[in-house]
Design a binder for this molecule. Structure first.
Ligand SMILES: [Zn+2]
Length: 288
């Protein structure tokens, strides 16, 4: 069972980030070639998280105060290319880049696990999957329908409860979370994995009593954001102003996960951020 919260995944990401740091000045040919090479390496790292429906990774100038973002409506992950174009990147900023890659990937996992949970829901065994706590089954069916005809005629159009049908669950996932049909379909098809995910040891920072209830919290947060027209998680640079934002379950979780990967990466690279954070990659301390 793989997840971004599992130690093996965190350790592998730290190994990959250490390699990214080692190769920062490769190839020597040009700055443009190095930027492209770094972006390819980062995309490959995200693509190694293949236990998820993989996001499309892109790089763009997001301005000075934004790190990156994950947009669940088109399943895209964007990283600010001020990082990847910086030949003289400081060690601190490099670790910030690593944090951002893992943080945004975790948001992708949060949405995907929420979708898998909805895909695992069955009327006869309602405790196995996720059900929106503020919706009845009739409302779930109504949401999954294409409109017109009312609930009763929709129900009678199928034998038994429509939520027993994969196609109904895919539509529900897609509409409730506002994610593309392809990712809703993949999440539904892999929904057996939800049981494995909620069976993992509960991370210490989860606030709810069980892993499943924590995912339910994520699901509600994503569904609510979609309702109000929000489409993505966006990370700003550290400031006191976003402290409240960081207390949201989805953000607290993503920040704790990035802390874990940053600590392991710092350890693997072998230099302390406290003493070497301000040094550039071109400093002799870090080797060729
Ligand atoms: Zn975030």
């Amino acid at each position: 069972m793989s997840s971004l919260q599992v130690t093996a995944t965190i350790n592998q990401a730290a190994t990959d980030f250490t390699q990214l740091w080692a190769n920062w000045k490769v190839p020597a040919i040009s700055s443009a070639a190095r930027k492209l090479a770094r972006e390819t390496r980062i995309t490959n790292i995200v693509n190694s998280f293949n236990f998820l429906s993989l996001p499309a990774v892109s790089f763009a100038n997001l301005g000075p105060n934004t790190l990156g973002g994950f947009n669940w409506t088109d399943w895209s992950l964007t990283i600010n290319d001020v990082f990847t174009s910086d030949d003289d990147i400081t060690y601190r900023n490099f670790l910030e880049l690593c944090r951002t890659i893992y943080h945004e990937s975790r948001h992708c996992e949060q949405v995907y696990r929420s979708a898998q949970g909805l895909g695992a829901y069955r009327p006869a065994t309602p405790l196995i999957g996720l059900k929106p706590p503020d919706m009845t089954e009739a409302e779930m069916i109504q949401m999954a329908s294409d409109g017109g005809g009312g609930v009763a005629s929709k129900v009678s159009a199928f034998s038994g409860n429509p939520l027993n049908q994969a196609a109904t669950r895919v539509k529900l996932i897609s509409k409730l979370l506002n994610i593309p049909a392809a990712q809703a379909t993949a999440a539904e098809a892999s929904s057996a994995d939800f049981t494995n995910f909620i069976g993992l040891a509960k991370p210490a920072w989860f606030k709810r009593r069980t892993v499943k209830l924590e995912v339910e919290e994520w699901m509600r947060s994503i569904a609510k954001s979609s309702l109000f027209g929000m489409t993505m998680f966006v990370e700003q640079g550290a400031s006191d102003m976003n402290k409240m934002y960081k207390d949201l379950p989805v953000e607290l979780d993503a920040h704790k996960i990035e802390d874990a990967v940053a600590a392991k990466t710092e350890q693997d690279i072998g230099h302390a951020i406290a003493t070497h954070g301000a040094l550039a990659r071109t400093n002799a301390t870090f080797g060729p």
